[in-house]
Ligand binder design. Structure first.
Ligand code: GN1
Ligand code: MG
Length: 543
């Protein structure tokens, strides 16, 4: 077919470095930007085939999220704005790693397996990119791949990852989810936020002010663009806005979460509310400094608790019998799980690490609130739940109608396609305003158990196999028994290990009643991993 000729010719302009092997990991491909041109071209091809396969628009986002500026990466977006389905992740890996002269046969194979009609010319791909200096060139390579297979494309240029997810969903639902433009996104979210905060008429100026760290990335750019739409309902002081510093360098959600400290250079007054986005604005964490200058982090667990409590209270007021659940990973702080289950009486589920797993579990409920501890998450409402909420807005009055309207506005404010720092931030701000809550009061809902995360280098991390949403190991032999014995010696002790999906390490998590105890447990478990799972590079040392 003439098409294959065209693909073959164009692929020569995007040659694959011989021997380079990459994996479609937890969040797509990610590596140094200099090695990605061929991957981008091929992901353009793959997205076009996926579009033919689903008869819907597919998204391709060029970003390496919280990684350094020198890196880049790519994430594919499925028709409803969700992440690429796992079966196609396998194709993505095969395609990215095919040597130049095998490319066409890999493509043909895929088309045959998925019964794709290549005579169809209806494919359409949306492309977006972050602010990295390499992103424009790499997104051109994606577009090249799309046109090589005669696909149509729309280049959204600079957008946050969740904005592109939103666009894909809007178009594939024929506008049912909103208008597929950045203006449409800003209007929808701002209107919902303004409506919600009308329920907090006594909001003080202090409550309206928020310090936002934009990680020197796309989130900063887009939040600034959005500000006029908010009509003063939120007063943002934006720092790390990309005008001076380097992307993700000593700033951003990942830096703050890992360092348990504020971004470099920001001056926080005691009690002032601050938040940080990551490099593609799909993650957010909050924090503040207390009267003694001590730093307090409010992570994904605290965010999930605040949001689920708010929604559950509204459901009770509205008299709506909808099943709400919180989905976490094994990394969720034990205190948050206990608080949600014992005090809030909310269903809590544990999913494997990686937001696609959480998203999937959350879909089983009328309302599924999911967050990774690192601040990536959102809320999903079933179609039936949305309809019941709408019906109540139309048919009820008094307190019930008030609660239903707040629920409806919350639905509109939330980006259900994926975790979205801007949308999450606005929802959190609205909840704090409506509840008249300070950041300290939010923080005091429960106290985190001291915890520690460590990494152990082993020669092959695949020797570690897990079960029970990664909370237990099944291999190597004896490791789980060893962990169980160590955990028993620590009050409130809990520990698990798993191979990372993004780094060549085994991650060790521990928590206990005191920091000393959590640290000791983490070290002991690291040693067990080192000895039983083929550790390399010297035994882990105590902290
Ligand atoms: C402990 C931790 O934070 N793990 C992160 C990290 O995955 P690992 O598989 O642990 O490397 O990167 C993922 C993608 O960004 C993110 O979803 C996940 O939460
Ligand atoms: Mg990100």
């Amino acid at each position: 077919m003439a098409q294959w000729q065209e693909v073959s010719e164009k692929s020569k302009l995007h040659p694959k470095p011989v021997g380079l092997v990459l994996q479609y990991g937890t969040a797509g491909f990610r590596t140094n930007a200099d090695h990605l041109d061929h991957v981008m071209f091929r992901m353009g091809l793959l997205a076009t085939l996926r579009s033919l396969n689903t008869k819907a628009i597919i998204g391709v986002m060029v970003t390496a999220s919280h990684n350094p500026e020198e890196d880049n990466g790519v994430k594919l977006i499925d028709p409803m704005g969700e992440m690429l389905t796992p079966a196609w992740e396998v194709y993505a890996t095969q395609l990215a790693n095919a040597e130049q002269d095998h490319l066409i046969s890999v493509l043909k194979d895929l088309a045959r397996k998925e019964s794709i009609d290549l005579t169809n010319r209806e494919a359409e791909v949306f492309v977006g990119r972050d602010t990295r200096s390499s992103s424009a060139r790499l997104s051109d390579a994606v577009l090249d791949g799309v046109t090589a297979l005669d696909g149509r494309n729309k280049d959204y240029g600079l957008v946050t990852t969740p904005q592109l997810h939103y666009m894909v969903c809007c178009c594939n639902t024929r506008g049912g989810y909103g208008k597929a433009s950045v203006e449409g996104y800003y209007s929808k979210l701002s209107q919902a936020f303004i409506q919600l905060t009308k329920s907090a008429p006594n909001r003080t100026d202090d409550q309206k002010c928020l310090l936002v760290d934009g990680a020197n990335g796309i989130g900063a750019l887009k939040l600034r663009e959005m500000e006029p739409y908010l009509q003063g309902a939120l007063k943002v002081s934006l720092f790390c806005d990309g005008t001076g510093g380097k992307l993700n360098h000593q700033c951003g959600a990942d830096f703050v979460k890992v360092q348990q400290n504020s971004p470099k250079g920001i001056v926080m007054k005691a009690g002032e509310r601050c938040c940080s986005f990551d490099g593609d604005a799909d993650r957010i964490v909050y924090y503040y400094s207390d009267d003694h200058g001590r730093f307090h982090l409010l992570d994904g667990d605290k965010i999930a608790t605040l949001i689920s409590t708010f929604l559950k209270e509204l459901l009770t007021k509205a008299g709506l019998d909808l099943k709400i659940a919180v989905v976490q990973t094994a990394y969720a702080n034990g205190s948050s799980t206990r608080y949600l289950e014992d005090t809030m009486k909310v269903i809590v589920r544990c999913a494997k690490t990686g937001v696609k797993h959480l998203h999937h579990v959350a879909q089983e409920f009328d309302i599924g609130v999911y967050f990774e501890a690192n601040g990536h998450g959102t809320v999903l409402f079933s179609k039936a739940a949305e309809e019941k909420i709408q019906q109540l807005c139309d048919d009820s009055d008094g307190e019930r109608r008030g609660a239903a309207t707040l629920l409806k506005n919350s639905v509109d404010l939330i980006n259900q396609t994926v975790g979205d720092a801007i949308s999450d931030m606005l929802l959190i701000e609205a909840i704090l305003a409506i509840k008249g809550m300070t950041v300290q009061q939010w923080d005091a809902i429960y106290t985190d158990l001291p915890n520690r995360q460590l990494k152990v280098k082993v020669s092959d991390r695949r020797v570690i196999d897990t079960k029970d949403a990664e909370r237990k190991t099944v291999s190597p032999a004896g490791l789980q028994e060893a962990i169980d014995r160590l955990v028993e010696r620590h009050q409130d002790g809990r520990s698990f290990v798993r191979p990372s999906g993004t780094e060549d390490v085994v991650r060790v998590y521990s928590e206990a009643a005191t920091q000393e105890s959590a640290d000791a447990l983490g070290h002991e478990v690291s040693l067990a991993v080192y000895r039983l799972a083929g550790g390399v590079g010297g035994e882990p040392k105590p902290l």
